[in-house]
Structures are given as structure tokens and as C-alpha cells.
Design a protein around this ligand. Structure first.
Ligand code: SF4
Ligand code: SF4
Length: 308
């Protein structure tokens, strides 16, 4: 990432703050009148986006309108026909991830799979996953490096994939000044990318470096756009907002596995519903010695590591 943040990010901040403040102090009609010069300056499409409410406050009809607009924008901006779902948590589900570090060999297939599945910017080669090459004898992720090269695995090293830990006490959520990010009933921490003001407080608050900021409009060739998308997940995120791993909720809430797991050639990744007593994941948590990263911070990750 080399581009600097540009002015629209600052404008975006002001605009969102104005929208929220405006509705709090004026009636809706008065507020619309007050911002009419701004609305005139914007296209119809931009005005619709400008006036959009927080995801959790949208009626089903409003959600349908928003999703139709986003699908049309993706067609216009990327030349791709996509379907954006509104995938909600499955009752009785709490998603948890575990990785067998005895098996992970640092090949990075998960990083690449995330990149493609989640429609990340091609020019900056983004992914929600980092694989750290670690010295043996420590679980301190700050001692690892992502810039390793050559054949893997190397003697004296192990490999630690790190992505959003879907913390049960997520500091990223606590610091958001506009409640654009929150934890859902199935444990997944999400972002309303149309409500985020791009202040990056959450990125700074995350001790696992799990959030990414869109410095520029994501570049994805039409033929490479993953068309199976969800509003809170892998739809192409706008410039100037923070994004993060959602455990591929556009897949997992539809009964599929995360893309990173399916791409792993070693079987190191285990994903499931911790409330399912018969799940493989539950067996691992009950029978293996599991680790969590930065336990001392009290973030309570829903992401576990273990060795054979
Ligand atoms: S890992 Fe970071 S981004 Fe994910 S829930 Fe925890 S604090 Fe938030
Ligand atoms: S950057 Fe993070 S903290 Fe700031 S508005 Fe967006 S989600 Fe909230």
C-alpha cells in the first residue's frame, strides 16, 4: 500500500457525522432540506448512498433497495454481474476456528484463497490472512515474519496463520464512534461498509492486526470478481473504509466451509459450530491442549491453535 489517504476520506467522515447528527437534532424532512445543496451536487445514485441508514435500521424493503443499488454499481464499476445476499446468523450457531500448527507448513494457499474469495484489491494483493513464520518455542506473534521466502517448512520454524479472531470481547467494536462494526449472534464481527466513516480507530485497536483499510478503489478484473457475495461480507468494499475477515459468512451461513479451509492442502484448518457437541471442532477443543493469541489482553478469541 503506497497511496496516501485522499480528501474524500475526510469528506466521508464529515458527511457521516453530519448525517447522524442531523437526524438526531432535526426531523428527517428538515434535515433533507438542510442538506439539499449537497444532494444537488451528487448524482442520484450517490444521494441514495448518502441517505442510506445503518444496516441494522433498514427495513426488509430498504435492504432490498440497497442491495439492488449495490449490485447495479458493481455492474457499472466492475462490469460484473453479482448477487449480494443478506445472510443472517443461523440460530443455535457459534462459529469457531482452530488450526493444527503441527500440520500447517506455511504454504500460504489460504492467503491466496481469501484474496480471491473476498474480492480483494489485486494491485495491493490484499488478504485477511497473514501467515507468520515463527521461531520454535514461542506463541508471541510479534516475533514472527510474513516476508519469508523459499521452500517451506524450514528447520527450526513453525507457521502461524493469523486472521480476525472474532473476539468475544472485541476492542475494535468498543472504539467505533458510529457503531459501524459489531458482533453478531453467531460470533462473527462484521462491518457495515456503507456506515463506516474510515476513522481507522478499530484498526488501531485490534491487537491481531486483523483489519485492513481501503486506501484506494479496489481493482478486480470483471472475470475475476467472485459473484457470490453478501452485504456484510465479500461484496467489493468502497474506498476509505476498514474491512476484515467474516469467517466467509456468505459461505458459512449457507452451510459451506470458509474458502481458506477448503484451500488448505494439509488439513490444518478445522471450522465449526462450538454449540454442536458432535462436531470435530468441539472434540478438538475438549481433547487437545489449545492456545489463544494474546490471552493476557482478555479479548477472548473464537480462534484456537493446537499441536498434535
Ligand atoms: S481480531 Fe481484531 S478485528 Fe477481529 S474481533 Fe478481535 S479485535 Fe476485532
Ligand atoms: S474505521 Fe472502524 S472505527 Fe472507524 S467507523 Fe469504520 S468500523 Fe468504525
Amino acid at each position: 500500500m503506497t497511496d496516501k489517504p485522499s480528501l474524500p476520506i475526510v469528506e466521508n467522515f464529515s458527511r457521516r457525522a453530519a448525517v447522524k447528527g442531523g437526524f438526531a437534532t432535526l426531523g428527517a424532512a428538515a434535515f433533507v432540506a438542510a442538506v439539499s445543496p449537497l444532494r444537488q451536487a451528487a448524482s442520484d445514485k450517490s444521494a441514495a448512498e448518502f441517505m442510506q441508514q445503518h444496516y441494522t435500521e433498514l427495513s426488509p424493503e430498504q435492504k432490498a433497495d440497497v442491495i439492488a443499488r449495490l449490485e447495479a454499481e458493481t455492474k457499472q464499476n466492475y462490469g460484473a454481474e453479482v448477487t449480494i445476499g443478506d445472510d443472517r446468523p443461523i440460530p443455535g450457531t457459534k462459529f469457531v476456528y482452530a488450526i493444527n500448527l503441527s500440520v500447517c507448513n506455511g504454504n500460504g494457499n489460504c492467503v491466496e484463497a481469501c484474496h480471491k474469495e473476498n474480492n480483494h484489491d489485486r494491485s495491493t494483493n490484499q488478504s485477511y490472512i497473514r501467515v507468520l513464520e515463527m521461531p520454535m518455542g514461542t506463541m508471541d506473534m510479534e516475533q514472527g515474519t510474513t516476508t519469508y521466502t523459499g521452500a517451506v517448512p524450514k528447520d527450526g520454524k513453525f507457521y502461524l496463520p493469523v486472521q480476525c479472531q472474532q473476539c468475544d470481547e472485541p476492542p475494535c467494536v468498543d472504539v467505533c464512534p458510529v457503531k459501524a462494526t459489531w458482533k453478531e449472534e453467531d460470533g462473527i464481527v462484521v462491518v457495515d461498509y456503507n456506515w463506516c466513516i474510515g476513522c481507522r480507530y478499530c484498526e488501531a485497536a485490534c491487537p491481531y492486526h486483523a483489519r485492513r483499510f481501503n486506501w484506494k478503489k479496489p481493482e478486480v478484473p470483471a472475470e475475476e470478481v467472485n459473484p457470490d457475495q453478501s452485504y456484510l461480507s465479500n461484496r467489493i468494499r468502497p474506498v476509505g473504509v476498514v474491512e476484515k475477515c467474516t469467517y466467509c459468512l456468505h459461505r458459512t451461513r449457507r452451510g459451506k466451509l470458509p474458502a481458506c479451509l477448503e484451500a488448505c492442502p494439509t488439513g490444518a484448518r478445522v471450522f465449526g459450530n462450538i454449540l454442536d457437541k458432535d462436531s470435530n471442532l468441539r472434540w478438538i477443543l475438549e481433547n487437545k491442549r489449545v492456545y489463544i493469541l494474546k490471552e493476557e489482553l482478555g479479548t477472548k478469541p473464537a480462534f484456537f491453535y493446537y499441536f498434535d
